[in-house]
Design a protein around this ligand. Structure first.
Ligand code: NAP
Length: 332
């Protein structure tokens, strides 16, 4: 699905900097079609209280989509809901708000039960890059819960709504969109590393983040291979200026001063995936094109993806057969 590239484009993309930054978006976006009307489409967006999640909600509501915003803070969620409703005006229904922390697995069951009607896309956008070690109730790094276990549990609990979404769409299946990060290129999938948190002294939040973002890409591909009823995709937004980036990576924000994408530019691909009206092959998407998820040769050892599936299902409290029982795939 990658578009043909000129030698200059290939060179700029290989630089990473001039691909992930705003100039990369502007270059890749030449010829992008505006998102089509989404009047009968219902999208659940997690982490919609700010940054890319809020921008995704803005982009989708402007095309008429019905939204459910999943936010961990009710106050920030209400603000986001009022903002999106005001922006969309009569164009889209007022978004619904559901509150839960992705790290609180039982709370996600209640959250899923609050989601009304068929779901046509579920955007796993919520994310964080911790500066210090924080553990969840299972003793795992909080990034594992927020990026891997919580999204898996939520997807499992919304399975019926997503399959109803597929049936209602007809032309394509409903879609689960895992918002990963270009940072995952630096990490090889390692279930052992996910299962054993780093020591507090010398904690490297960027490493914890990259490991879980890699796991998201692998889980998305595994889920796509098992679950015929719904599409499962992963993507990354490049580098966008958001509250999360400014707080977690102040040095990076200074280094890229003036070159970061706007939140809307960063959110473009995840919004496009949520609303794209035709079937798409399972892939890792960036600026609306499928990309190689293994640029730095960080391929998982044989069997690691199936191990991840078993680990994630067990820790998320989801049966490994929940999404079908196709044989585990080899890493692409
Ligand atoms: N911005 C970038 O350049 C960039 C690059 C690569 C990947 N990404 C990915 O894009 C996604 C959005 O990032 P962003 O830059 O928009 O970050 P952000 O500004 O920090 O926003 C993150 C959102 O996720 C929510 N969130 C965090 N932890 C949560 C949890 N445990 N449960 C529920 N909600 C939670 C936050 O809620 P609160 O408002 O309550 O904090 C907020 O709404 C993330 O998955 C991130 O990894 C971003």
């Amino acid at each position: 699905m990658s578009p043909p590239r000129s030698p200059l484009d290939a060179l700029l993309d290989a630089s990473v900097y001039f691909s992930f930054d705003a100039s990369g978006y502007e270059r890749h976006a030449r010829g992008f079609e505006p998102l089509g009307p989404l009047d009968d489409v219902h999208v659940v967006v997690t982490g919609a209280s700010g940054g890319l999640g809020l921008a995704t909600a803005e982009l989708l509501a402007a095309r008429g989509a019905r939204l459910t915003l999943l936010c961990r803070s009710r106050a920030r969620g209400e603000e986001a809901r009022a903002h999106v409703a005001a922006l969309a005006g009569a164009r889209a229904p007022r978004p619904a708000l559901v509150c839960a922390d992705l790290g609180d697995l039982p709370a996600l069951d209640d959250a899923a039960a609050e989601v009304r009607g068929p779901v046509h896309a579920l955007v796993h956008n919520a994310g964080l890059l911790p500066r210090a070690l924080a553990l969840d109730a299972q003793g795992l790094d909080v990034t594992v819960g927020a990026h891997v276990l919580g999204p898996l549990r939520l997807t499992a609990r919304l399975r019926g709504a997503l399959e109803a979404g597929s049936a209602a769409l007809g032309a394509r299946r409903a879609r689960v969109v895992w918002v990963s990060s270009g940072g995952m290129y630096t990490a090889r999938l390692s279930v052992d590393a996910l299962a054993a948190p780093q020591p507090a002294a010398g904690y490297d939040g960027v490493r914890a983040y990259a490991l879980t973002k890699r796991a998201q890409v692998e889980l998305a591909a595994h889920m796509a291979a098992r679950w015929g009823g719904v599409e499962s995709q992963s993507c990354h937004p490049g580098w966008a200026r958001t509250p999360g980036v400014e707080v977690a990576l102040p040095g990076f924000t200074r280094w890229t001063a003036g070159r970061l994408r706007t939140p809307q530019q960063g959110a473009d691909t995840q919004a496009w995936l949520a609303g794209h009206p035709a079937p798409l092959p399972s892939g890792f998407w960036f600026d609306r094109a499928a990309r190689d998820p293994h640029l730095l040769g960080r391929r998982a050892p044989a069997g690691e993806r199936a191990r991840l599936w078993r680990f994630a299902c067990e820790r998320a409290g989801v049966s490994p057969e929940h999404f079908g029982d196709a044989a585990p795939t080899a890493a692409p």
